[in-house]
Design a protein. Structure first.
Length: 378
């Protein structure tokens, strides 16, 4: 994307056609392909123009001639390549489910479990944009429009249908995130496909969910080292607000009101602090399942799972949703963070995916998830 003298932004392929030779257009595509490969291999945060130029077999000047900043390159990449690829894949998922063909849905789910580079990069950039105002300016409206087209509360689409579509998209985004980590991949067999179809056919009125027990996703650390407790809490709060890259040690220590010397006396790196904090503060899915055991016994697993989703989508813990998405994104490329259990099992992966859907789609927290969840277990 380039900036014209009057301040407006245009995509590479929107420049006047007389100025775009075949060689220039070929170079545009080479730069985009190289940028995607860098995002998949090293992550968005580590992407540099020099590495993009090296992979594209062009000069760094050629890259700067098309984008003055990384955000501009990401915005062009999103608009020209990643958004169309993501749209095609989500449309394919919806069409397969609507067809009612277990075979078709099974194949689509497998394609999301082994996603293309474009799909991986699109998911990564959609998460990065939550913390990057320049990226969000372009990606945010596009994601909202795209996701709302599938699950928004529009005329003719029931509440259960919106909830079912949101759950399906959450599941496939979870598959993409799991494919990029060492986590166990979700099942893509016929039973999983049948659940997707069952959810899409769900009808009925959702009854009010129980208010208790209260489901939590984080606990307050309580050790005999107050500085350690403050550092661990501050690290996760800051990442949830500004993202991992911008969550510097100085910023974390400032929030914790602890000196950087005190932090480095306990941890050698920021990653070590964050890994320690997650291990102490995160409430595991197994613990949440135990909290909901009585609900599952008395009211069924659909009600228990719907309560879990309601708790996760609570706007009051938006920072915790963002935190887990961000850690899922960056731990793929940082060996020091790969001990964090963000994507352990299928349930966790779907919840993370729902966090991504909820970050952009409208009013997801109000969806009657219990109706399609009940149908999924028929």
């Amino acid at each position: 994307m380039l900036i014209h003298g009057h301040g407006t932004q245009v995509r590479m392929d929107e420049l006047p056609r007389r100025r775009r030779t075949a060689r220039a257009i070929q170079n545009d595509e080479a730069i985009r392909a190289a940028a995607i490969s860098v995002i998949v291999d090293s992550g968005w945060d580590s992407m540099t123009f020099s590495e993009v130029a090296r992979r594209a077999k062009l000069t760094v000047g050629a890259v700067y001639g098309r984008a003055e900043s990384k955000a501009e390159l990401g915005a062009d990449l999103w608009t020209s390549t990643l958004l169309p690829a993501l749209s095609v894949e989500l449309n394919g998922l919806a069409e397969a489910i609507t067809s009612g063909s277990v075979t078709e849905v099974t194949e689509v789910l497998r394609s999301w479990s082994d996603p293309s580079d474009e799909l991986q990069a699109a998911t990564s950039l959609a998460i990065a944009a939550i913390f990057d105002d320049d990226l969000h300016e372009v990606i945010g409206p596009d994601m909202t429009t795209l996701l709302d087209s599938h699950c928004g509360r529009i005329v003719g689409r029931s509440g259960p249908a919106s909830a079912a579509s949101a759950l399906s998209m959450a599941g496939v985004f979870g598959r993409v995130l799991a494919s990029q980590s060492d986590s166990r991949l979700p099942v893509s067999g016929r039973a999983a496909a049948q659940r997707e179809i069952n959810m899409s056919l769900a009808t009925g009125r959702a009854e009010a969910l129980p208010r208790l027990p209260l489901i939590t996703f984080q606990r307050t650390p309580a050790t005999n080292d107050p500085h350690l407790d403050l550092l661990q809490m501050a690290a996760l709060v800051v990442i949830g607000r500004v993202g991992y890259r911008r969550a510097t040690v100085a910023r974390i220590c400032r929030m914790a009101k602890v000196s950087s010397g005190s932090m480095f006396a306990r941890f050698e790196t920021k990653a070590e602090l964050v890994t320690s904090a997650a291990a102490v503060i995160f409430v595991s899915h197994a613990e949440q399942t135990r909290m909901l055991k009585s609900v599952a016994v008395n009211s069924g697993m659909a009600v228990a799972n719907a309560m879990l989703l309601r708790a996760y989508l609570d706007p009051a813990i938006q920072g915790q949703q963002r935190l887990r998405l961000e850690l899922a994104r960056v731990e793929q490329h940082d060996p020091e963070l790969q001990g964090i259990d963000v994507l352990g099992g299928r349930a966790q992966q779907s919840i993370l995916g729902l966090g991504l859907v909820g970050a952009y789609a409208s009013d997801v927290a109000s969806f009657p998830f219990v109706v399609p969840l009940a149908a999924a277990h028929l």
